[in-house]
Design a protein around this ligand. Structure first.
Ligand code: RFL
Ligand code: PHB
Length: 390
């Protein structure tokens, strides 16, 4: 097989890249090691930055998001038994939209297939070769049969565990990691929304986050020990903890049947260089942020916006300038998102090793940010998404 851009991974990064390239007449093939059903059902992110929403709309795939997604002008922070609202719209002119990642995936897959795009699902043994030449290759197996794709560029959009990043020689990549002593237990519950906006709560027994998915399904998260197992968290224990961390005088969280639960650990990771030869890595393949800032999917989409523009510049003008700056443009913005995500994580989670003095400072920081126009504007600017600095 031959294509202009070989894309590994049908997550938000790979699918959006293929879509953007297609709109500019550039051909790509996506290789995905899971099935279509699996990628369309995996529960992950929920918050889309304004820039992500604008891109989906501008490229013709925002219709269902505009119908079913929920636009939030503000976000709430709860601590010391009080709630404080940050009006993002007023502070920045921008909003966030709550629309599940797997719905974005469904919309992108449908758009690619409808336009004749090629996504090969259920592949195995993907490996990359000749990435430092002008004709890189991807080897893989489909139904057990060995196949090869020759391409001009490879986009490694295969998440943290995919093979792309590992293909960059170890000496040429610097990997920086940080592990937080926190985990998130996430649930989907069948009940009506409890509150019109997201609530991030710092309670003395731990962090909790109230989010939503639809008028019928709600998404809640609890800070847990990252080594906890799901069988230690009965539904009763989850509801007791959630109520304790978010209920207030005269307000109680809606509960209902729990239809999904999972635990994730929290870490930051960044690979410094997102390019080697003709290989460009994007999204979680290149960086991971803790979910407290709601940035992961949005960073993946921003990366491929830069990459697509660089590839278009190459084919249109035979000019490599933007592609050569890809890594620098993206990592600068990724570091800012890392900082914001680490800040939100540290400010909102209960660190049980903290002294009473450190806990007091943490609450005072939340108080300072939410009670100052400058503080609230700063948080809101980052939350709704920073611009790409080309
Ligand atoms: P993905 O989504 O992991 O997609 C990578 C794809 O590559 C495939 N793959 C391979 N394919 C072929 N061969 C191989 N050898 C392969 N190895 C892997 C995988 O099957 C997969 O389909 O990466 P991408 O596209 O970079 O997207 C990143 C986002 O998925 C991720 O950052 C977000 O989900 C993070 N995240 C959030 N991001 C937000 O922007 N807003 C949020 O509100 C938000 N909330 C979250 C989150 C992540 C969470 N978890 C589960 C870690 C909440 C949670 C709980
Ligand atoms: C979600 O709705 O899944 C969600 C919301 C906010 C976050 C992370 C995840 O910070």
């Amino acid at each position: 097989m031959r294509t202009q851009v070989g894309i590994i991974g049908a997550g938000p990064a790979g699918l959006m890249l293929s879509h953007l390239l297609h709109l500019q007449g550039i051909d790509s093939i996506i290789l995905e090691n899971r099935s279509r059903e699996e990628i369309e059902e995996t529960i992950r992110a929920g918050v889309l930055e304004q820039g992500t929403v604008d891109l989906l709309n501008d490229t013709g795939i925002g219709e269902r998001m505009m119908r079913e997604g929920q636009v939030h002008d503000g976000v709430e922070f709860q601590f010391n038994g009080m709630r404080h609202r940050i009006n993002m719209k007023k502070r920045t002119g921008k909003c966030i939209t709550v629309y599940a990642q797997h719905e974005v995936i469904k919309d992108l897959v449908a758009a690619r297939l409808e336009a004749g795009g090629k996504i090969i699902f259920n592949v195995s043994d993907v490996s990359l070769a000749d990435i430092d030449t002008s004709q890189p290759k991807i080897y893989f197996r489909q139904n057990g049969v060995a196949e090869e794709i020759d391409c001009d560029f490879i986009a490694g959009c295969d998440g943290y565990h995919g093979p792309s990043r590992q293909t960059i020689p170890a000496k040429k990549r610097k990997e920086i990691k940080h592990v937080y002593p926190f985990g998130w237990l996430g649930i989907l519950a069948e009940t009506a929304p409890s509150h019109p906006e997201l609530i991030y709560s710092n309670h003395e027994t731990g962090f909790a986050l109230i989010s939503t998915r639809s008028p019928e399904i709600q998404r809640y998260y609890l800070q847990v020990d990252p080594t906890d197992c799901l069988d230690e968290w009965s539904d009763d224990r989850i509801w007791t903890e959630l109520h304790k961390r978010v209920d207030m005088d005269g307000w109680s969280l809606n509960d209902g049947p729990i239809i999904q639960k999972s635990i994730v650990s929290m870490r930051s990771f960044i690979c410094e260089t997102m390019q080697y030869g003709r290989l460009f890595i994007a999204g979680d393949a290149a960086h991971i942020v803790p979910p407290t800032g709601a940035k992961g999917l949005n960073l993946a989409i921003a990366d491929v916006q830069v990459l697509a523009k660089g590839i278009v510049q190459y084919y249109d003008q035979n000019e490599l300038n933007l592609l050569e700056r890809y890594s620098q443009i993206c990592t600068r913005r990724v570091w800012k998102a890392q900082r914001f995500s680490a800040w939100m994580t540290q400010m909102l989670h209960r660190n049980f090793k903290h002294t009473p003095f450190e806990y007091g400072l943490q609450l005072a920081e939340l108080d300072s940010v939410t009670s100052s126009i400058a503080g609230a504007t700063y948080l809101a600017e980052n939350y709704v998404g920073l611009p790409i600095e080309w």
